[in-house]
Ligand binder design. Structure first.
Ligand SMILES: NC(=O)c1ccc[n+]([C@@H]2O[C@H](COP(=O)([O-])OP(=O)(O)OC[C@H]3O[C@@H](n4cnc5c(N)ncnc54)[C@H](OP(=O)(O)O)[C@@H]3O)[C@@H](O)[C@H]2O)c1
Length: 234
């Protein structure tokens, strides 16, 4: 498969499901990049609105259904153990970015993946009809905000994007680029294994060339010892 590239028109509106540590960091990063941000959690919208006015001023509180319908892309920023609470009908046909991870300390034992080999495929199996893409999961909330580079920056961190739907991958890559990162095509959704916790890519600082080399290296597997050093000034 030849490497896919970002869609020429980046998403203008992002829906975010989950307004915790990562969702709010993503909201601030997206607002800084000029996107319209629609956020949903499972809580009372008035309380969430009051909190977001402090934590992500400019983001709008909506229902999950509205975030999915109005967002050019919708990002899942909820604990993995709560994915099954999401209604598949709401996400059918939508570009859904799975930014979730299985972290035993937060999520407990891993879910029974059934026939899936990665958590993103498991998410896809639940969200039947959604166009699921794995990305934005393999850096921390602080890094997302700190490493997002302005346009014209010559040193940019690269993020990997894995998915089966070419159009959805192109949209997700365009979002990644718009947020201030270089996007690298990681292959099909199953290749999202290379972005999961314990992988080399997870939390490692790579530029485009080095991330591509890492993802295409034979035997790239668990371990973080190959994570690249952060360039000075980045
Ligand atoms: N924190 C990071 O640095 C980081 C980095 C990369 C990826 N991630 C991934 O992002 C996800 C969230 O992490 P986090 O650190 O932001 O966790 P968190 O601070 O606990 O926030 C989780 C958010 O999800 C909401 N939520 C839970 N169930 C929901 C549902 N059914 N519908 C809508 N919203 C729901 C929670 O709000 P209510 O309970 O009020 O609804 C809360 O706002 C995890 O999968 C994590 O692995 C986190």
């Amino acid at each position: 498969m030849s490497a896919r590239t970002a869609a020429p028109t980046p998403p203008a509106t992002i829906g975010i499901i989950g307004a915790g540590r990562y969702g709010t960091a993503l909201a601030r990063t997206a607002l800084r990049a000029g996107l319209v941000v629609l956020m949903a959690s499972s809580r009372d919208p008035v309380t969430l609105g009051a909190r977001l006015s402090l934590q992500a001023p400019g983001a709008s509180v909506v229902t999950a259904a509205e975030a999915a319908r109005r967002g050019d892309v919708v990002v899942l920023a909820v604990p993995l153990r709560r994915i099954r609470e999401l209604s598949p009908a709401v996400f059918a046909g939508r570009v859904v970015i799975d930014a979730t991870n299985h972290l035993p300390v937060w999520d407990g034992p891993p879910p029974d993946l059934g026939t899936a080999t990665t958590t993103s495929e498991w998410v896809q199996e639940h969200l039947v009809g959604a166009r699921v893409v794995k990305t934005l999961n393999h850096l921390g909330a602080d890094e997302l905000e700190d490493d997002a580079a302005g346009t014209g920056s010559t040193v940019r961190r690269a993020l990997a994007v894995a998915g089966d739907d070419d159009g959805a991958v192109a949209a997700a890559m365009a979002l990644v680029e718009r947020l201030g990162f270089d996007a690298v095509d990681a292959g099909p959704l199953a290749a999202g294994a290379a972005l999961e916790p314990t992988s080399h890519a997870f939390n490692g600082w790579y530029d485009r060339e080095r991330l591509f080399a890492l993802l295409t290296a034979p035997g790239a597997g668990p371990g973080r010892e190959r994570a690249g050093p952060r360039p000075a000034g980045s």
